[in-house]
Design a protein. Structure first.
Length: 309
């Protein structure tokens, strides 16, 4: 438990162990003021700062998030350089640790946050924001953006990886560009037992269902059932279990030669294959898939077809 700490510790009043299903607070203790002038400000593009270690009294937090859940509050101790700075909170998957570098891939991100500028030069305040980002055990906290000062260096310690340019959702992991001091960010992680992406304590009014409200209909997670697919001449017939967008691709040697997309309701259907551009006498593969409005895609059905006329 010494790798995580909770709100009472941050406030300096009381240390207590959180029950397994309660919110936890992870990240920097936000004790020091930023001492750098904004790592991303020097770069040509906004970068991602990914915090691996947040130094604490005698222990280091380098295992990432201790639980699965949703980040519902995100705090930054920092200021915008030469005006308010817009940044995004970011979850980062770090791995491949080696001296001075690591590999990073983008996890979830939240809505942009505006960090005010430091107008009077006194102690930098902690700015707290409501947000909603899914985080998994072992993932790390980060920040996307530029022109924000939010890192603290203690005798050259390197606790945060810099990715320049910033990490992009869906892209493969890649090596960090450089390292910097402690990233002054902190997050409250609430459980998300129903995995709907809403924190179960303050965001989710229906923890018994994978929707935000109990009155919402359950999410559709079932792919359309595509059955009885037959070809007679150029006529394709099939049966489908729910309303869907059906895509028919006519392929040869792995390349799509013709394609047709139709929206259909549930039940038995027929449609005519597109043959424009196909060569007579050649044999083609007919690949049929169906996607429902929620984006669930059926397993493909594959048939064969020879162009006769
Ligand atoms: Ca939830
Ligand atoms: Ca729910
Ligand atoms: Ca469905």
């Amino acid at each position: 438990m010494n790798r995580l700490f909770i709100g009472g510790v941050v406030l300096g009043t009381l240390a207590f162990a959180a029950p397994a299903d309660a919110a936890v607070t992870v990240g920097s203790r936000l004790i020091n003021d930023p001492a750098n002038s904004g790592e991303c400000a020097m770069l040509a593009s906004p970068c991602t700062l990914a915090a691996r270690i947040h130094p604490q009294d005698g222990s280091l937090n380098d295992a990432g998030a201790p639980v699965d859940g949703v980040v519902t509050r995100f705090r930054i101790k920092g200021y915008g350089i030469a005006g308010p700075a817009t940044v995004r909170p970011r979850v980062v998957r770090l791995g491949g640790f080696r001296p001075g570098a690591a590999d990073g891939a983008a996890g979830a991100t939240g809505e942009p946050l505006v960090v005010p500028t430091d107008d009077d030069g006194t102690d930098v305040p902690v700015h707290a924001y409501s947000t909603r980002m899914t985080i998994r055990r072992g993932e790390f906290l980060g920040l996307d953006g530029t022109n924000v000062a939010a890192t603290y260096n203690s005798s050259g310690d390197a606790f945060t990886y810099v990715f320049d340019p910033g990490l992009v959702t869906g892209a493969a992991a890649r090596p960090s560009s450089s390292v910097t001091g402690e990233l002054l960010v902190q997050a409250d992680i609430e459980p998300d037992a129903d995995r709907d992406g809403f924190g179960d304590e303050t965001q989710d009014t229906c923890v018994a269902s994978d929707t935000k409200r109990c009155s919402d209909s359950p999410r559709d997670t079932t792919a359309p059932g595509l059955t009885k697919a037959r070809l007679r001449g150029r006529t394709l017939s099939f049966s489908i279990s729910e309303a869907a967008t059906v895509t028919v691709r006519i392929r040869r040697s792995g390349r799509t030669a013709a394609k047709r997309t139709v929206r259909v309701g549930a039940g038995a259907k027929r449609l005519t294959l597109p043959t424009r551009g196909l060569r007579r006498g050649r044999r083609y593969e007919v690949r049929v898939t169906a996607a429902d409005p929620a984006g669930n895609v059926s397993k493909p059905k594959t048939l064969r077809f020879t162009v006769s006329r």
